[in-house]
Design a protein around this ligand. Structure first.
Ligand code: 5GP
Length: 283
C-alpha cells in the first residue's frame, strides 16, 4: 500500500494492531459544483468501516490544517450523515507518545504542568464509585478484572471501598510498538473462569477506546453473565471506538496525563495525584 505520508502508514499500522479494519482514501465527496462539474472535492485519508468513521490526519503546517478544517466543516454541512474525525498534529503526536515515542532527549522528560485531580479528590470519587458498585451488585459476587499495569492503584482503592464478596483477576496485554507487526497479544490471561459470572472490567483510562474494545471482545467470548466497565478516567474527546462505560471517575481533557498508576515511559506512576505533562514534552 502506497501512502502519501509516513504518518498515514504509521496510523494504518496502529489500526492493524488493534484489529480495526480500514480503507485508505476510498471515497471523494464533492464540496462545490458548477452544473455537472465538480470544482472542489474532499477525500478523507481513512474510512474505518466497523466504526463507520472517516479519519483525516493533519500533521502538516498550520496553513494546511486551516484549509482542511474548512473542508471538514463543509463536508459536515453537506453530508451530515458522514461521521468524520480530524486528527491534528497535536493529537497525532500524543497518539505516538502514548506508544512510547517520546521526546528523543531523555533530559527533556517533562515535569507536571498542573494537577487535574488531587489525591483527596481521587479518594473521594473512588469511594463514591465503590459505594455505587456495591449497591448495583448487591447480592452478587462479581469478578473484578483489571488491565495491568496502569490500573493497580485504582483497582486496589476501588475494591477497598466495595462491600461485596468480590474476586479479583488481572490481564496484561501488549501495547502497540512501532511497526513490529502483529496484533494485541494477551501477555497474561485470566486465572479465573468468568463464564456465567458477573464481570466488572476496571481500566485506568479510556482514550481512543481501541484497547477496551479488544479486551471486551475477548471477555465476551467467555460468555459472562454480565459485563460492565469501570474506568477511572474518560478522555472522551479522543474516542474512535464507541465503547460503553458504566462507571467513570473523572472525564479528562484531551491532554496526556500521568500519576496514580499512569505512566509516561514508565515514570510518574507513583504520584498520588493525576496531572498533565507539560505540552512541550510531547511535541
Ligand atoms: P486506548 O486504546 O483507549 O486509546 O488507550 C488506552 C490505554 O492508553 C490506557 O490503558 C493507557 O495505558 C494509555 N493512555 C491513554 N491515554 C493516556 C494518558 O493520557 N496518559 C497515560 N499515561 N496513558 C494513557
Amino acid at each position: 500500500m502506497e501512502f502519501a505520508h509516513e504518518s498515514e502508514a504509521e496510523f494504518a499500522r496502529i489500526l492493524d494492531f488493534y484489529g480495526i479494519s480500514w480503507l485508505y482514501e476510498p471515497s471523494s465527496f464533492p464540496l462545490r459544483r458548477k452544473g455537472e462539474r465538480i470544482l472542489e472535492a474532499f477525500t478523507p485519508d481513512f474510512f474505518l468501516p466497523d466504526l463507520n468513521l472517516y479519519v483525516e490526519l493533519t500533521t502538516l503546517r498550520q496553513k494546511l490544517t486551516t484549509e482542511k478544517n474548512r473542508k471538514v466543516r463543509l463536508l459536515r454541512e453537506l453530508y451530515p450523515q458522514v461521521n468524520i474525525k480530524l486528527l491534528n498534529r497535536r493529537d497525532y503526536l500524543r497518539l505516538l507518545a502514548k506508544y512510547g515515542y517520546g521526546p528523543p532527549d531523555a533530559k527533556k522528560v517533562p515535569e507536571i504542568d498542573r494537577v487535574l485531580a488531587s489525591a483527596r479528590q481521587i479518594q473521594r470519587r473512588v469511594a463514591e464509585l465503590g459505594a455505587q458498585i456495591s449497591r448495583d451488585y448487591s447480592g452478587q459476587a462479581p469478578v473484578a478484572v483489571g488491565i495491568l499495569k496502569g490500573v493497580f492503584f485504582f483497582m486496589a482503592d476501588l475494591l477497598r471501598h466495595t462491600s461485596l464478596p468480590v474476586s479479583v483477576d488481572f490481564m496484561a496485554i501488549s501495547s502497540y510498538e512501532g511497526d513490529s507487526g502483529g496484533a494485541v497479544k494477551i501477555l497474561k490471561d485470566l486465572d479465573l473462569s468468568i463464564t456465567d459470572q458477573h464481570v466488572l472490567l476496571v481500566e485506568d483510562i479510556v482514550d481512543t477506546g481501541m484497547t477496551l474494545n479488544r479486551v471486551l471482545e475477548r471477555l465476551r467470548s467467555h460468555r459472562p453473565a454480565s459485563l460492565k466497565v469501570c474506568a477511572l478516567l474518560d478522555k472522551r474527546a479522543r474516542r474512535l471506538v464507541d465503547v460503553p462505560l458504566d462507571y467513570v471517575g473523572f472525564e479528562v481533557p484531551d491532554e496526556f496525563v500521568v500519576g496514580y498508576g499512569l505512566d509516561y515511559q514508565q515514570r510518574y506512576r507513583n504520584l498520588p495525584f493525576i496531572g498533565v505533562l507539560k505540552q512541550e514534552a510531547l511535541s
